[in-house]
Design a protein around this ligand. Sequence first.
Ligand SMILES: Nc1ncnc2c1ncn2[C@@H]1O[C@H](COP(=O)(O)OP(=O)(O)OP(=O)(O)O)[C@@H](O)[C@H]1O
Ligand SMILES: [Mg+2]
Length: 351
Amino acid sequence: MGIMGRISLISHDIDLTHPHYKHLKSIEDIVGRGSDLTKQLLGFAMGGKYEAKPTDINELIEKCSDMFGRTRKETRIHTIFQKDVCAVEIDQSQIEQVLLNLFVNAWHAMPEGGDIFIHTKNVTLDDEDVMHYGIKPGKYVMVSVTDTGVGMDEETQQHIFEPFFTTKKLGRGTGLGLASAYGIIKNHGGIINVNSKKGEGTTFNFHLPIVEAQVVKSQIDDTEEEILYGTETILIVDDEDMVITVSREMLNNMGYDVFIARGGKEALEIFKKDKNKIALVILDMIMPDLGGSQVYDVLKEIKPDIKVLLSSGYSIDGQASKIMSRDCDGFIQKPFNMIQLSKRIRNILDK
Ligand SMILES: Nc1ncnc2c1ncn2[C@@H]1O[C@H](COP(=O)(O)OP(=O)(O)OP(=O)(O)O)[C@@H](O)[C@H]1O
Ligand SMILES: [Mg+2]
């Protein structure tokens, strides 16, 4: 967060023609990869499901495959979508991570290029179907990703979901892609399995339980590359100096007035005094004195319509997920840059 934040601040002050601009972008990229790796590890270790909402899986796949296909022209992606696909309650960034892992693996399995077929289907699983998987019978959406690549023998298939299992050369693969996919799907109450034959391609299927709810359209457009400015007053609550320092400067650069609290107790003191000035609280989840979850409750008691943006590097005990389901305004995962933060803030304050 410290590195990402400072890069964002420097980039804000220089323009594209600056000789160091490309180095900064590249550092940002590398930090992003480090953070992705952490997400992978957390995905398979505990699969923190922090921002689950009813989603149209077809839309998510469309977005994800476009993103993937743009940079890999030798791979053709074909989608065969279920019409009126049922909604699934998912953390979109995690399921995106699962899809990208499957696409990257498929791409690696087809060094000369080839086709990826993605299917979605509404299905009903009965007692017999779910017998060995420890999930409930009922309605699911099935997603399958098929490639025309090298395939796998039986022995390999037995191990692919294990963490650190890889057949790639040292330094090429970490063997966490499928392990994290497995953790994430399992954590969503679903199952993932594989069907493959050496030399004949591979199909991964995963099932996600459906939810009887309206799909929530995402209002945050992550493709926009512009900082959004504002003038309100924001209270940052975090116990780490590094995070406070960069967040404060980012917010000042965006035009906001900033109050700082270095812990839960201090946050409540400041908030009691200045509740009418503060438009938004950016609240860290894990703090030693008083955790984000408790602070959240008291903030809402003091001022029921206060807007809160949760922020966390991870979510060990699903705290964030519980608060989200109680109607919290938003969540941002560290490390974030200025553009991402500015968009989350406007998304909440302009509602
Ligand atoms: N579509 C596929 N076709 C053939 N083999 C595959 C396919 N997907 C996965 N595998 C096999 O499963 C192994 C484990 O995959 P996994 O995604 O977990 O790790 P990885 O791709 O080796 O490394 P990374 O952590 O970078 O994803 C791969 O090394 C490969 O041998
Ligand atoms: Mg992989």
